[in-house]
Design a protein around this ligand. Structure first.
Ligand SMILES: Cc1ncc(COP(=O)(O)O)c(C=O)c1O
Length: 376
């Protein structure tokens, strides 16, 4: 197997992958309606569910599409006539509100600061005083806008008290931050192949309680391609996706799952956390401040305040790093100038050390006085 040029992706997915995952896509052509391919999809579905739940009780509904497809599928298939509360404390919570708006769902937006924990008493009070019955609550687990990790176990507890189904966008936490859907009372969870799973982009999925999926049978669909119930039913009877799946991406996903099983979700999170500690120590040394307090941080992605020095320019810094094999990402917080560094994928703290060295070089060349920084 010939080694492929290794780029260090510090954007929050698609992430750096192993060569074995890349090469897993090179397979003989196959019609995805063959039972051999059905076996592959069955394996992938079961293993994806197993990472967060007991596959006897929960199952995975696969879609061809980016992560937003799974979030859109989850919201527009699970939410019925009653209202849904959508927690918005970043760009991805906002996106769920935008999806709800487009489909005309009855939703209430619970706005919360992008850089601090959710006020759970205020959230519960919104549920109790809502003008109509709340049947669901949708929340992003890890807000990839900032690095804020929402406490879905506590939110799930509130949902349990009020008999509300919890829908979780776990796009950037799944396969790194340990999740137990049953314990956390999550009925539906959306994620994708190309972040902490370290697979290729192109597959997204909804993991759901089997009972909740069956209960959707009577419901009038409001979507077509993204219909979770239709996709679930078709797959469980035929072991095929309703429409053409991303065939080679699924082979890569199988390989990525096998590699994750060797490392374990907690082993992966430990590796990511070590990279994050290295990163945040380094940023503080350079005098760069971050946004989210440590106790609420995912340890997966960090939003950094842009340095206030004359020579700094994000695009220029990006190009400097990119030409040296490191990809960084622009910020996404409204009204605050930030850039983002993710520490996911097949990388280690050694790569972060190399990145910090280049970052320091760039900043010094452009007039930044590297010194003591934020100590949060
Ligand atoms: C929390 C969250 N939700 C949804 C998405 C959307 O995923 P995609 O860009 O693959 O559609 C992302 C992407 O970064 C995300 O981080």
């Amino acid at each position: 197997m010939q080694g492929i040029k290794r780029n260090i992706l510090l954007n929050p997915g698609p992430a750096t992958t192993t060569d074995t995952v890349k090469y897993a896509q090179v397979v003989p052509d196959i019609c995805p309606r063959e039972s051999e391919f059905g076996n592959l999809m069955e394996y992938v579905s079961v293993e994806l569910a197993r990472l967060v739940a007991d596959p006897a009780e929960y199952t995975t509904v696969l879609f061809g599409g980016s992560g937003t497809a799974a979030v859109e599928a989850m919201l527009t298939s699970a939410v019925a006539e009653d209202a849904v509360i959508i927690v918005n404390n970043g760009a991805y919570g906002k996106r769920m509100c935008e999806i709800a708006e487009v489909y005309g769902l009855h939703f209430l937006e619970f706005k919360s600061p992008a850089d601090d924990a959710i006020d759970l008493a205020a959230l519960e009070s919104m549920i109790e005083t809502a003008p109509r019955r709340i049947a669901q609550l949708a929340v992003v687990h890890h807000e990839t806008t900032t690095g804020l990790l929402n406490d879905i176990a506590l939110i799930g507890e509130i949902c349990r008290r009020h008999r509300i189904e919890m829908l979780v966008d776990a796009m950037s936490s799944y396969a790194a931050v340990p999740i137990d859907m049953k314990q956390m009372n999550a009925s539906f969870l959306a994620a994708s192949s190309n972040k902490n799973l370290q697979g290729m982009a192109g597959i997204s999925f909804v993991i759901a309680e089997r009972g909740k999926l069956e209960a959707m049978r009577q419901r009038k669909p409001r979507n077509y391609y993204l219909n979770v119930y239709a996709q679930y039913k078709f797959f469980s009877t035929t072991r095929q996706m309703r429409f053409t799946p991303p065939v080679q991406t699924l082979y890569a996903l199988k390989q990525a799952i096998d590699e994750l099983k060797l490392e374990g979700v907690s082993g992966r999170y430990e590796r990511y956390s070590k990279s994050w500690e290295t990163l945040t120590d380094g940023l503080a040394r350079l005098g760069l401040a971050t946004i989210v307090p440590k106790q609420h941080h995912s340890k997966i992605l960090t939003s950094v305040l842009e340095p206030d020095c004359g020579g700094y320019d994000f695009n220029d810094m990006h190009d400097y790093l990119y030409s040296r094999g490191f990809t960084i990402y622009p910020g996404k917080i409204e009204g605050t100038k930030t850039f983002r560094i993710a520490n996911i994928g097949d990388i280690t703290y050694k790569d972060i050390e190399a990145f910090l060295q280049l970052l320091e070089e760039y900043l010094r060349q452009n007039g930044h006085t590297c010194g003591k920084g934020d100590d949060r």
